[in-house]
Structure formats: structure tokens, C-alpha cells
Design a binder for this molecule. Structure first.
Ligand code: ZN
Length: 110
């Protein structure tokens, strides 16, 4: 597996990795105070985050729902700020640093 390693699931610190004699990549936490500092875990298991994945999917669904409703109801801030924050979190979790800020909704005449 060559995917980018995620931060430690317990403390969020940077992971340390090494390749064993059988060419498997194993990972531990770089934080000496963390429980996972002296546990060596296969990289694919290290990157597996079922709860995080489930929450991410829920956040994406809520964000899409909010965007739809804000666009069609012409609601004003802070709703767009909330949506932009959610999209930033989604982008960070997915490791995508591209700007995810949606265009501002077209304002109808007031
Ligand atoms: Zn840790």
C-alpha cells in the first residue's frame, strides 16, 4: 500500500513508518506519550477509519442538503459560513487541499 498515511487515530500526531523484512509497511505514532507509539500496525489497518468514513459521508450529505436549501431559499449568512466550514473539513479529511468554497448564491432583488 502506498497511500498517504493518516494521522494517529488516537492523538492526531504524525505517523512513523518502516518496512519489515517481508516488505510490509508498518506504522506507529510518533508521539512518545501515545498508546500507539509502541504498537506497530500494518499501514492499511492504520488508515482504516470506519467511524470517520461514516461521519464524513453524513457530513457530505448534510452539506449537499444545506447547499440545496440555502440556494433555493435565499438564506443569508451564517449559513454559507457553516457550509464553507463543512466543505473545508471534508476537504481536509479527504486530503484534498484544493479550494472547496462554493460560489456565493445569486441574490435576488430585494
Ligand atoms: Zn498517537
Amino acid at each position: 500500500m502506498n497511500a498517504k498515511l493518516k494521522p494517529c487515530p488516537l492523538c492526531g500526531s504524525r505517523p512513523n513508518s518502516f518496512t519489515d523484512r517481508k516488505n510490509n509497511t508498518k506504522v506507529c505514532c510518533s508521539n512518545l506519550r501515545c498508546t500507539l507509539n509502541d504498537w506497530f500496525i500494518y499501514d492499511d489497518a492504520w488508515n482504516k477509519r470506519p467511524v470517520e468514513d461514516m461521519l464524513l459521508e453524513a457530513l457530505k450529505a448534510l452539506t449537499a442538503w444545506a447547499e440545496h436549501n440555502v440556494l433555493y431559499s435565499q438564506l443569508k449568512p451564517p449559513y454559507w459560513d457553516i457550509i464553507n466550514n463543512a466543505r473545508t473539513v471534508i476537504a481536509e479529511v479527504e486530503g484534498d487541499n484544493k479550494s472547496q468554497v462554493p460560489p456565493e448564491p445569486v441574490q435576488s432583488g430585494e
